[in-house]
Design a protein around this ligand. Structure first.
Ligand code: J9Q
Length: 231
């Protein structure tokens, strides 16, 4: 998979891609992630990426030209025929595991990150195929949301996780919250690991974990159980 990130703040996204699972996925050649600095695609001598909004009002709007020019370069650098151009915005469809699974099947994802108040609407109209939100809160820009989506997607690419079983049983992949987990020591500051986990009875352990998942989901996220029935 090829992933391009278009941003005016490239340093904001670089280091998270150089750690943990995403780093390993790149090393294994399973994903090729490239970061593009919008300032390299500006057309004026001050390398301006934003400007005042037509019609007035507070906040700045990101200029269209750097996005268009950067997209031209990206599209000319690959022969991958199909791509999704994703704009991270609170106005988008709220991201979930189903969307992560869908995006993990693509060969080329391009993330456009806005900063400041907005991006010129012509960018969204002409270039963007998907508008995605990661939830209802105010952020400074699309960089952190893009990293969230990239993390969720990259770990689903076949071969990225060493234990595919672990991925399949993760929270949400089965549409339930995860059960509690314990490791050594068996007792710590008077707190004991549940007996069933030490029993060696794998059938009983599996049943206990499912019950715990269900109980937690009912208590904390009953909305998940409802949407599960609706599907
Ligand atoms: C770009 N708040 O918020 C939630 N998902 C995406 C966003 C977002 C934001 C500001 C700028 C994206």
């Amino acid at each position: 998979m090829r992933i391009d990130i278009v941003t005016a703040f490239p340093d904001l996204v670089r280091s998270p891609l150089e750690e943990s699972i995403i780093k390993r996925a790149q090393k294994k050649g399973l994903v090729d992630i490239r970061v593009h600095d919008l300032r390299d695609y500006t057309i004026d001598r001050h390398h301006q990426v934003d400007d005042y909004p037509y019609g007035g009002g507070s906040g700045m709007v990101m200029k269209p030209e750097p996005f268009f020019r950067c997209l031209d370069v990206i599209l000319n650098s690959t022969r991958i025929p199909k791509r999704r151009v994703i704009y991270m915005t609170p106005q988008g469809k709220v991201f979930n595991q189903k969307m992560a699974n869908e995006l993990a099947r693509e060969n080329h994802l391009i993330f456009l990150c806005g900063h400041y108040k907005a991006v010129d609407e012509r960018v969204i109209e002409a270039l963007v195929t998907d508008e995605i939100s990661i939830g209802d809160y105010v952020l400074t820009g699309g960089e952190l949301p893009a990293l969230v989506v990239i993390d969720a997607v990259v770990r689903l690419i076949p071969g990225v996780l060493s234990d595919p079983e672990s991925a399949a049983t993760d929270s949400f992949q089965q549409e339930l919250l995860d059960c509690p987990y314990y490791t050594r020591p068996e007792e710590y500051r008077g707190m004991k690991v549940p007996d069933v986990l030490l029993s060696g009875d794998h059938k009983k352990i599996k049943q206990w974990r499912f019950e715990q998942s269900l109980k937690r989901t009912k208590e904390r996220r009953s909305d998940l159980l409802k949407s599960r029935k609706e599907e």
